[in-house]
Ligand binder design. Sequence first.
Ligand SMILES: [Zn+2]
Length: 379
Amino acid sequence: MKKTFRRSLACLLLLPVLLSAACQQTPEPAPAPPEEASVSAPEQPQPAAPDGTSSAEAEPEPEPLSPPEAEPPREEPKEAPPPDVPPEEEPPPEEISSGAKAPQTAQEDPCAEPCPEPEPPCEGTDCQSPSGEEPVPETPPEEEPVQEPAPSCSKLYILMYHDVVEGDGSGCNDWTITTGRLREDLQWMTDQGFTFYLPRELAQGVPLAEKSVMITFDDGYASNYTLAFPLLKEFGAKAVISPIVRYVQEGVPGYLTWDMCREMAASGLVEFGSHTYDLHGADDQGIRRLEGECQADYEARVLPDLQTSIDLLSAELGQPVTFFAYPNGKTEPWAVQFLAEHFSVTVTTAHGPADLSGGLYSLPRHNVTVQNKASQWLS
Ligand SMILES: [Zn+2]
């Protein structure tokens, strides 16, 4: 400004006439200053006339300087903010892996002034953006990994069936179900995306799906082969059948034969477990100790029976026996060690879903009847 005043003064003294003429042209350059800033605007209007002559030379210099300086600074801040917002929200997951590299360059330049105090938070790529204040909340991604244990499921629904009959179910009791109802159960579980498991799969540690179910048939009724097996094949559903082995061995009418068992075992859909050889008993005590029975007598009476069931099943079917269903759901502490040594999975008749995180022994089940559909327990 000082220079322009000096020049204007000289011009006023030497070429007043020319100045007046030139002043008529100055109005054009005048508008330029206002663009730079409001501060310079008031000062220039007065010397507008003197600048007129020299303005031809002076203008080109200040004008080009002013616009480029003024525009870039305005554009940069405008462009910077937008990128800051999206990257901070979207990239968080990616920054976790690449975060170690970014901090090195980020801390040097941009963080020099704004991030002196909050050095620790600048470790991430946050400091790359001038407004590196929001990045701090990016810490939450560290909490996500905590949710990793989710994939491992331990909940297993175990359904308990016994005999299967045809008809409308008018003569069914709690241990009998119609083929129509069994079909409905299998259809519903299939539609709901349930995965069927066998005891040997649990023993092998096969991970459970989000919706897992194991179907069990107790006592070894012939209907398991004549009526249930066709449906299992139709739906590709797996099931474990636990016969009272003596009934099979002696060919008791109404119960499975070894040929039936072998055919089902060969399908891969059916596994056979033990329901004792002949201790199901009429007194409903199963393998429970008798009143006044000592442990030695108990072991001499019960353990050989269990061993016989295992030997016959494995010999006749050529498959290891991994499953035991307590007759009538009656457990017995004196049998626990033997059962643990010979079976991988045991079930009772206690009601409820099984949580395998607590082991594979004495798992509860859901008894399915004509009145109580599988969907009622699994929903
Ligand atoms: Zn039974």
